[in-house]
Write a protein that binds this ligand. Sequence first.
Ligand SMILES: Cc1cc2nc3c(=O)[nH]c(=O)nc-3n(C[C@H](O)[C@H](O)[C@H](O)COP(=O)(O)OP(=O)(O)OC[C@H]3O[C@@H](n4cnc5c(N)ncnc54)[C@H](O)[C@@H]3O)c2cc1C
Length: 277
Amino acid sequence: MKPVAYEYLRAAELAEIYTALHQDEGDIRPVSGAQSLGPMLNLRLSRPSLLVDLRHVPALRAVQDHGDAYSYGAAITHATFEDGLVPDAGNGLMRHVAGGIAYRPVRNRGTIGGSVAHADPAADWISTLLCLDARLQIGNGKTQRLLPVDGFMLGGFTTQLEAGELLERIVVPKVSAQARWSYHKICRKTGEFAKAIGAVMLDAGRGYARIVCGAIETTPIVLEEASALLLKQGVAAALPAALAEIDQRLAARPELARQMYRTAVKRALAGLEGKLA
Ligand SMILES: Cc1cc2nc3c(=O)[nH]c(=O)nc-3n(C[C@H](O)[C@H](O)[C@H](O)COP(=O)(O)OP(=O)(O)OC[C@H]3O[C@@H](n4cnc5c(N)ncnc54)[C@H](O)[C@@H]3O)c2cc1C
C-alpha cells in the first residue's frame, strides 16, 4: 500500500515546528528518521495531513554539556552514537546499544528521540535510558517540562506526550569513570527488536546501581531490591533477588517469556561481573 497524500515541511528551527504543530486543522505529525512512522504510513495506520521533518533543526541535533549531565537533541541518529561522534554519558553504554539497533541503514536515519516517542516496548533506547536514569525535556513552544524516563511510557506505544508537544532533548546524567555496565538483548537475529533486555549499571563512585528488565510488552521495569543489593553487596547477592523480582512482578506472563527475561538479566549481570573482575 502507499501512504495517503500529505504535505511535507522541512523545518529549519524549533519555532517553525511548533507553529505547524499548533495549526487548528488536520492531523499534523512530527517525523524524525521515519523508520517507525514510514511503515505506519505505508500501511495507512497513520494518515497525516502534514509531516513536519525535525531532522534539519540544529537545536535538535546538538549535544549540550551541563557539567553533571549531557543533553542530547532528539534528532540525533543511532549511527551518530554508534560512531562516537557525540560524548557518551554512559561510559560506552550508549554507543554499544546504538550499534546493536537494527542494521546500518536504519541506524543512519533512526533517532533517539523518535525511538523514545514511538515507545515500542521492544526498543533499545527506552530500557537503556531508564538504566541511566535519564530525563526527557518536552516542549510545546511556550513551556518546557522535564520528565523522568521512568513513567514516561504509559504502555506499549503510549506515552505522556500530549498533542502539540515535542520531545526536544534527552538529559542523561554522566556516570563516573569507574562505572561499569552490561547490556544483554535476546533477539532471534542480530540487530532485530528484542524479546528480552537486561541492562545493568553499577557506579559505586556515585552510589548508583540500576538493573532494568526490558522488552516486556509494556514499559521497562527497574528491579529495585536487586539494584540496592548490587550497590551494597555486589553481583552474587543481586542475582537471586533480580530473578525473584522478575518472577514476582511478571507473574502474569507466560513461563517462556519469564524465562527469557530472567536469562537476559542473568547474562547482563554475568557480563558486569566479568568487567568487575
Ligand atoms: C527493520 C527495522 C528494525 C529495527 N530494529 C530495531 C531494534 O533492534 N531496536 C530498536 O530500538 N529499534 C529498532 N527499529 C526502530 C528504529 O530504531 C527507529 O529508528 C525508531 O523506532 C524510531 O525512530 P525514528 O527517528 O525513525 O522515528 P519516526 O519513525 O520518525 O517517528 C516515530 C514516531 O515518533 C514521533 N516522533 C518522532 N520524533 C519525535 C519527537 N522528537 N517528539 C515527539 N514525537 C516524535 C513520530 O510522529 C512518530 O509517531 C527498527 C526499525 C526497522 C525499520
